[in-house]
Design a protein around this ligand. Structure first.
Ligand code: NAP
Ligand code: ZN
Length: 351
């Protein structure tokens, strides 16, 4: 039986989200149905809804940091029971056969993974809709187990902001000897600081905002650098093994490259598109430095992150909002005014 679901949707780029009722696809035998309790608010929700990346399909129900409770399981489901806490991130399916999927790298599926929203189901071609809603239907393979002892609202951002920063930290083997820098203190940036610190690294924040220094230090950054201050930048030349750049808009990467150590890598996770101004290759060549990119993380890796966070008591710093406040929350995010992730209490949908 198809599900009739309430949520909030965008009907056009840059228009306010409004209440919207819609039909979700019929659950299949390997699906769970999740009642959504909390939904994190990612800058990608704004980019997608504003059609910054092209390909927007309206009405669009954003949200890919979902925590909820399983309320129904298909007859082939083996890993979840009704009542379990469950998480869903940015993808809800992939081909599950290609070499990347077989390695647990579903985010790099050769056929392309199925996005949690603004996409279509691989089988019945029904639209996918995200977490700013009451319920979601997901193949159990793309559902993350959330331990009972986690604070659910603060765990929601781990499903995107957390895994997107965890995956490069793990890929580039960050540990006790590492020096890591993070560019931008927003949702992804604050998780990057916490996770790098929890892995034992020495962490520096690059920010445009002097007012964020105390918070950065409180989150675990040992050093704070104003990225527009040339002298401060020069003081940290040749230091970092990994820089995680979370800035959502085009910006000059050239000032950051000299701060990489020999063999260091700057990994872009924020801005998607042409670099401007162009990148000077000289410091890359002369210092064997790299510029790379990374998208979210695989399902096994996401479960590893959740288990690590449960063990080390790492969660996001969240501002809980009602769904009715989503448009003003987005406006605040556009001004970098959030400490450090909005999370929607989905019970407000019933109000
Ligand atoms: P956010 O909470 O809005 O934080 C972005 C931070 O970047 C801001 O707090 C600000 O920090 C800095 N910033 C903003 N505009 C800037 C500009 N024009 N120039 C320089 N710095 C600027 O955003 P988020 O949710 O963390 O998302 C960050 C980006 O990651 C978005 O583009 C999102 O789409 C992307 N994303 C990618 C993936 C992936 O898989 N690769 C996953 C999720 C999100 P300061 O005030 O400290 O400078
Ligand atoms: Zn996201």
């Amino acid at each position: 039986m198809a599900l009739n679901v309430k949520g909030y949707a965008a009907f056009a780029a840059k228009e306010d989200l409004v209440p919207h009722s819609f039909i979700r696809r019929d659950p299949r035998d390997n699906d769970v149905v999740i009642e959504i309790l909390y939904s994190g608010v990612c800058h990608s929700d704004i980019h997608s809804s504003f059609n910054d990346w092209g390909g927007a399909k309206y009405p669009m129900v954003p949200g890919h940091e979902i925590i909820g409770r399983v309320i129904q399981v298909g007859k082939a489901v083996s890993q979840f029971r009704v009542g379990d806490y469950a998480g869903v991130g940015c993808m809800v399916d992939s081909c599950q056969r290609c070499t990347h999927c077989e390695q647990g790298l579903e985010q790099y599926c050769e056929e392309g993974h199925t996005l949690t929203y603004n996409d279509v189901d691989r089988y019945d071609h029904m639209p996918t809709y995200g977490g700013y809603s009451e319920k979601i239907v997901v193949n159990e393979k793309f559902v993350i187990k959330i331990p009972e002892n986690m604070d659910l609202k603060s765990a929601a951002p781990l499903l995107c902001a957390g895994i997107t920063t965890w995956s490069p930290l793990r890929h580039w083997n960050v540990g006790r000897e590492s020096k890591v820098a993070v560019v931008g203190l927003g949702g992804l940036g604050h998780m990057a600081i916490k996770l790098a610190k929890a892995l034992g690294a020495e962490v520096t924040l690059f920010s445009r905002s002097p007012g964020k220094e105390a918070d950065a230090r409180h989150l675990g950054a040992g050093h704070f650098v104003i990225s527009t201050d040339e002298k401060q930048m020069q003081e940290v030349y040749n230091q970092f093994d990994l820089i995680i750049d979370t800035v959502p808009y085009v910006h000059d990467l050239n000032p950051y490259i000299p701060t990489l150590a020999l063999n260091g890598t700057l990994v872009l996770v924020g801005y998607l598109g042409d670099l401007n101004p162009m990148l000077n290759s000289a410091p890359l060549i002369l210092g064997r430095k790299s510029v790379a990119g990374s998208v979210i993380g695989g399902i096994t890796e996401t479960q590893e992150l959740i288990d690590f966070c449960a063990k080390h008591q790492v969660t996001a710093d969240v501002e809980l909002i009602k769904i009715q406040d989503i448009n003003s929350a987005w406006q605040r995010m556009l001004k970098s005014d959030v400490k450090y992730r909005f999370v929607i209490d989905m019970s407000s949908l019933k109000a």
